[in-house]
Design a protein around this ligand. Structure first.
Ligand code: ATP
Ligand code: MG
Length: 314
């Protein structure tokens, strides 16, 4: 299976800023790929290169079998793009805006009307479709943006930070819609975000960017050793360990594994069991030196990179 997106040593410099620095990326057809990273880590710059909207300083890029640098039109025919800031004609209704997109994409008038209704239905804007797009809320604009992208029946959609500025319910709704679109229509999704915890549940794989470089990539469960072992890891250090202590810890309902290295004990299970652990330690009259969740969750791995300011910022 040829990759849908492939970049090799892709690099973009803006003066002395290395916005993207030697990026190697591969994405398969039908995949939902989460492109994560803090502000300024190079996500939007990468996306612009995937679409042929900015030229790489060096390296190569291929999208749906085309080189966007040389043939951006061929790429745009097969790829839907939702930019960071979606632009519509504010005086035209949502429906009119979509009909206009259909026309631009060479969809015949007779097809356009029912296709527009279909995508408006998907994003639940049938009612609001008659209102001017300039009156839409941020969430409605994002939904209209998705409808616009779906009209083209693309193989791949590239969404640049689609959840930005939405409230928690709006985020869940939009992610659900993206997931459904990927599953039901077999559309591959390249989704950038700076909020890992928000998007990870719908991503087949994630790549984490820091200062223009990919620092981690894989399935969410691959990247999270703790998740494979069931979810949570709790780290306990006591003054003196014993068989009965280890035994009692193993008896906690949510616990799957207890690993003791003398007085340093790692407890993995499906829930955060710090409360039960402290009760047991207290009951056994053991002196506790430390009790914390172990920092192996993907979120925490991500936060380590997140907290570093990117080049040229902070
Ligand atoms: N047109 C430009 N001219 C000069 N520098 C730029 C330009 N576009 C981006 N940069 C710089 O490149 C780096 C990467 O920016 P980019 O917009 O790709 O980050 P991002 O990961 O999309 O960030 P955000 O999460 O804030 O959207 C930043 O340091 C930014 O200042
Ligand atoms: Mg960006």
């Amino acid at each position: 299976m040829a990759p849908l997106v492939e970049t090799s040593s892709l690099t973009k410099h803006y003066g002395s800023i290395k916005a993207v620095d030697g990026l190697n990326l591969k994405m398969n057809p039908g995949e939902v790929y989460g492109f994560l990273g803090p502000n300024g880590s190079g996500k939007s710059t990468t996306i612009l290169m995937l679409l042929g909207m900015t030229e790489p300083t060096s390296g190569t890029v291929s999208v749906a079998g085309h080189d966007p640098t040389r043939d951006p039109t061929a790429v745009k025919r097969q790829v839907g793009y939702l930019p960071e800031a979606v632009g519509f004609y504010p005086d035209l209704t949502g429906r009119r805006n979509l009909l206009y997109t259909a026309e631009l994409n060479g969809i015949s008038k007779s097809d356009a009307e029912h296709k527009v209704e279909e995508v408006l239905h998907m994003v639940q804007l049938e009612e609001a479709g008659h209102r001017p797009a300039g009156q839409y809320s941020r969430g409605m604009r994002q939904r209209l943006g998705l409808a616009d992208v779906l009209l083209k029946e693309p193989k791949l959609v590239i969404l640049d930070d689609p959840t930005l500025g939405l409230d928690p319910a709006g985020i869940q709704w939009l992610l659900g819609l993206i997931e459904e679109m990927a599953k039901q229509k077999g559309i591959a999704v390249f989704l950038s975000s700076h909020q890992l915890h928000e998007v990870q549940r719908i991503c087949d794989r994630v790549g984490i960017m820091s200062r223009g470089k990919m620092v981690l990539e894989g399935t969410v469960s691959d990247l999270t050793a703790a998740q494979e072992s069931g979810g949570y890891e709790v780290y306990l250090e006591v003054e003196k360990s014993s068989k009965s202590l280890i035994g009692a810890l193993s008896e906690i309902k949510s616990v799957k594994n207890v690993n003791a290295n003398k007085t340093k004990i790692t407890i993995s299970g499906t829930e955060d069991c710090r409360h039960q652990v402290s009760t047991i330690v207290f009951e056994q009259k053991v002196r506790m030196l430390e009790l914390r969740t172990s920092n192996r969750s993907l979120e925490e791995i991500y936060l380590r990179y997140f907290q570093e300011p990117a080049d040229g910022e902070g």
